[in-house]
Write a protein of this length. Structure first.
Length: 316
């Protein structure tokens, strides 16, 4: 799997400390000289850990998440492609499992490179992962027979984490796809956070038979099972997860070419019903704010490519 626009390799310098990279047990871990770290499992190219320099974990991972490749990883940042949710009937994706095959497949590590950091001051590290048609299981190949290539980039800096996906159509047929970065953010208490910059936006409420509503709250609080797809947002306007205690931002999420945002929390009963979600009360320690293109379908013509991504900045 080749990376397009491959950045130059990290240079060797006697005076500047470099990020450290390890690859073992199908897991890639990168640590900056300043202490920030990120961990990515090759199964699903799922980011399972993102820590600040002080060791504070920024992503939620279920204690019973399967990390052996037996099922998608519950937590972190799973990659959803080429369909979001249960596939619709009479569609090219109809035979695929919920959320497609990207999170259910073994990716390859394409390498590390230097990248311009999010704060423009210090070095960052960029990890690239690839998945192509030939790497899919026979089952997935038979259910979605298009020739494609995916390059997923995870970029870590002192000031945040960026994840982006490039989709390449390597065949002679157009195909439709949806994509989502299913981000589980770690929080102290679900009752003490609100989400900003959704007011006035139309959303699909999956807890109410996919009915369509308009957000009336300037600060969205989560007090019950929540599963909403907010549509047609300006990717440049950050979605802010704030503390309702002091009003300070905990996370800021900007996007590129991802105009939909899913807000999800399973709440009490659904959390108890998911075998890989534990402990049961862990729903109080996570909120999913998921950047995607899922309200409709993207059409990718033969030989063309598409790219979208997100940048998450934590409270520092």
């Amino acid at each position: 799997m080749d990376r397009s626009k491959k950045p130059s390799a990290i240079g060797v310098s006697a005076s500047l400390p470099q990020p450290t990279i390890s690859l073992r047990n199908n897991t890639v871990e990168a640590t900056l000289p300043t202490g920030e770290s990120v961990t990515v499992h090759l199964y699903g190219a799922t980011v399972t850990s993102w820590k600040l320099a002080n060791g504070a974990e920024q992503l939620f991972l279920s204690q019973s998440a399967a990390l052996d490749g037996s099922k998608p990883i519950r937590g972190g940042i799973p990659v959803v492609f080429p369909v979001f949710g249960p596939p619709p009937a009479n569609h090219s994706s109809s035979s695929l499992p919920q959320h497609g095959f990207a999170r259910n497949s073994l990716w390859e590590f394409l390498g590390k490179s230097s990248t311009e950091s999010l704060d423009k001051e210090v070095d960052a590290v960029k990890l690239d992962f690839g998945l192509s048609s030939s790497m899919l299981s026979e089952e997935f190949r038979s259910k979605w027979g298009y020739e494609f290539g995916l390059v997923y980039s995870v970029s870590l800096s002192r000031k945040g984490l960026a994840t982006s996906l490039q989709v390449q159509n390597k065949g002679d047929k157009n195909f439709e796809f949806q994509v989502l970065l299913h981000t589980y953010l770690a929080i102290q208490d679900i009752s003490q956070i609100t989400i900003q910059n959704l007011q006035g936006k139309e959303y699909i409420d999956k807890t109410q038979n996919a009915s369509v509503h308009t957000e009336s709250e300037s600060s969205l609080a989560i007090s019950k099972e929540t599963d909403r797809v907010y549509k047609s947002l300006d990717p440049a306007v950050p979605i802010i997860v704030s503390s309702s205690v002091d009003g300070q931002p905990l996370f800021s999420i900007t996007r590129e070419s991802l105009s939909d945002v899913v807000v999800w929390n399973p709440w009490i009963e659904k959390a108890k019903g998911m075998g890989d979600f534990s402990p049961d009360e862990a729903y109080t320690n996570m909120i999913c704010v998921e950047a995607g293109s899922v309200a409709s379908w993207q059409t990718l013509e033969a030989g063309e490519s598409w790219e979208g991504g997100q940048v998450i900045r934590p409270r520092l």
